[in-house]
Design a protein around this ligand. Structure first.
Ligand SMILES: *Cc1c(COP(=O)(O)O)cnc(C)c1O
Length: 382
């Protein structure tokens, strides 16, 4: 059997919406983007939802809103995708890496507080794999040090923190619709915020700083005349991407239940093996299960994580690693980050492997993966 790490769930609905866009002859940002924003905002329960070209763009614009400046510092987990920290660098500000918890891979609250200085301006917690970070604690710390909280919710659609859907908890939230994420438009992202002024500013900044509803300038209602309010970006979504988004949004909860089904099969199967360390989700939150991160108990195995991945590959099973900690990259080493400061992130990185988890995964596929993992474990016991 061949099982890829990810298979996007794209069907007739998506085809119909995209063809509708093509037939209408409106290819870039227009009515479908506006409709996608409205429906996404309603689904989250957020006052404002602004569609952009990626989650990276969403994070960048969120940092523009809070007025990040050169020399400022922003706290980010050491275990995340590079985009979370990269956007801080756009401002000449410094991403300050924070260790993560061993069981959840979420930003570690104790280490977080230790890393605050008088230059710290914001925290970007990452809802790793779809599990919301410790938002109550993070917001309490942010309040007492006067920091902004921007949520990297690239994995967190849909996720719930103490009964509340992710997207309205911090100051601004950034979602990703990258090809492998839980709602896929190829490339795309969304900012949600309860702050109307920030929302208005993001609408302007995402399209060259042009005054409100810039996209309408080529419609019947629009006019050729416009003003440029500030130096902006080309960060708008297109209607073709939004068409995919509209179709995907209709089944976003169904897709979540599909991943949850896969996750519980894995959890059930791996529970009794001391060689395997299941990923822990805290009891007051619900994960989107964007990822299924499994850790190896290296102390009871003769093989390491890389050999484990090779063994799975040989058996036709695709996997990935989320993530290579940022301090391991040349660029972050060069700007003074080192592994010695992150014992828990290192511990996680040496052990973690992400298993396939996506909607439409057949029961036999999940069973094939489970059987093979158990076989590898049994053949490589210490
Ligand atoms: C995918 C991802 C991003 C970036 O999303 P894009 O839409 O590709 O810009 C940011 N943060 C995390 C944690 C991610 O996994």
């Amino acid at each position: 059997m061949e099982i890829p790490f990810h298979r996007p769930y794209i069907g007739k609905d998506e085809e119909k919406e995209v063809i509708d866009s093509l037939r209408k002859g409106w290819l870039t940002m227009g009515k479908k983007t506006v409709e996608f924003e409205r429906k996404f905002g309603n689904y989250i329960g957020a006052k404002n939802a602004i569609a952009v070209s990626s989650c990276t763009a969403a994070l960048h614009l969120a940092l523009r809103c809070i007025g990040l400046k050169e020399g400022d510092e922003v706290l980010v987990p050491a275990v995340t995708f590079v985009a979370t920290a990269e956007v801080v660098g756009y401002f000449g500000a410094r991403p300050v890496l924070v260790d993560v918890e061993r069981n959840t891979h979420l930003i570690d609250i104790n280490d977080l507080e230790k890393k605050i200085t008088e230059r710290t301006k914001a925290i970007i917690p990452v809802h790793y794999s779809g599990q919301p970070a410790d938002m109550d604690e993070i917001i309490e710390i942010a309040k007492s040090y006067n920091l902004y909280v921007i949520e990297d919710a690239a994995h967190a659609l849909p996720s719930w923190y103490k009964g509340r859907k992710v997207g309205t908890i911090g100051d601004l939230t950034a979602f990703s619709f990258y090809a492998t994420k839980t709602l896929a438009t190829g490339e795309g992202g969304m900012v949600t915020t309860e702050n109307n002024e920030w929302a208005e500013r993001i609408r302007v900044l995402r399209l060259h700083g042009i005054s409100k509803d810039a996209w309408k300038r080529y419609t019947k209602e629009g006019s050729w005349e416009y003003d440029v309010l500030e130096n902006g970006y080309k960060y708008n979504m297109t209607d073709i991407n939004a068409a995919l988004g509209l179709a995907q949004l209709r089944k976003v909860e169904w897709m979540w239940k599909e991943r949850e089904r896969v996750a519980s099969m894995y959890n059930e199967a791996f529970r009794e093996y001391e060689e395997l360390i299941p990923y822990r989700v805290k009891s007051d939150r619900i994960s989107s299960w964007h990822l299924y991160p499994l850790k190896l108990n290296l102390e009871s195995l003769k093989i390491n994580r890389n050999q484990f991945i090779e063994e799975l590959k040989r058996r036709g099973i695709g996997t990935s690693v989320h993530f290579i900690p940022l301090y391991r990259f040349s660029y972050y080493k060069n700007i003074g980050h080192g592994a010695v400061d992150f014992p828990k992130s290192e511990w996680v990185f040496e052990r973690v492997v992400s298993l396939p988890i996506f909607p439409g995964m057949r029961k036999e596929e999940v069973e094939y993966i489970i059987e093979n993992i158990i076989d590898i474990v049994e053949k490589n016991r210490r």
